[in-house]
Design a protein around this ligand. Structure first.
Ligand code: COA
Length: 182
């Protein structure tokens, strides 16, 4: 049996091509998300928390395969965590990260995550938040311990609310996540 892959190893897809998500027709993005998550996806809390804001073009990508077929997307949104004193802490929400069902587990998800993390400002990367499967996202450095006192505008499983930050110790213990509206 192969030894377990070390946590944090990047196993990207060799032939994947990354393009800005802006270059993809919005209807194609929506169709891909329906296939990856199901058509009832829009009612989820992850959608409510970013209501009213647009995804950030510099941190949102599409992955194409060797035949230039669209196989995956990643979107990143501006959020704020409002703490108990009413101070707003800027954050990024990552997701959905989606790969079409027939091309999953080939490395496209890792490729998309690597594209997003590489595009962050290395001097001042904002904390990145997501709601997802810890078994997948822990390998990229997302943890749920700092988010346990955070609330969202809808139901969520606490262990699935995760954050990746250069220094998680300085994150507020309590707060409410919502869209960053300047
Ligand atoms: C989750 C998703 C983005 C991962 O992308 P991907 O291209 O399929 O995955 P990768 O090739 O990057 O990584 C494959 C590895 O991740 C694991 N993995 C994939 N999805 C996983 C999940 N939801 N939970 C735990 N592990 C997962 C695979 O078992 C594989 O593990 P291994 O490296 O130990 O063999 C993609 O599968 C997807 O869009 N799924 C549908 C949406 C979904 O169910 N999301 C749940 C998370 S919010």
């Amino acid at each position: 049996m192969a030894p377990p892959r070390p946590i944090g190893a990047r196993v990207t897809h060799d032939a994947a091509k990354l393009i800005p998500l802006e270059a993809v027709e919005p209807a194609m993005i929506e169709a891909l998300l329906d296939r990856a998550f199901g058509e009832d996806r829009q009612g989820k809390t992850a959608y409510k928390v970013r209501e009213g804001v647009d995804w950030l073009p510099a941190l949102s990508f599409a992955a194409l395969d060797a035949d230039d077929m669209l196989v995956g997307t990643i979107q990143t949104w501006p959020l704020a965590l409002t703490d108990s004193q009413g101070r707003r802490h800027p954050m990024l929400m990552v997701g959905p990260v989606a790969v079409v069902p027939e091309r999953q587990s080939e490395g496209f998800g890792h490729t998309l995550m690597a594209a997003m993390t590489s595009a962050l400002d290395p001097q001042a990367a904002l904390p990145q938040v997501l709601i997802g499967d810890p078994e997948y996202y822990e390998r990229f450095g997302f943890i749920s311990a700092p988010t346990q006192g955070w609330s969202l505008p809808g139901p969520h499983e606490k262990h699935r609310l995760m954050v990746r930050a250069p220094n998680p110790g300085v994150l507020p213990d309590e707060g409410t996540l919502g869209p960053w509206i300047g």
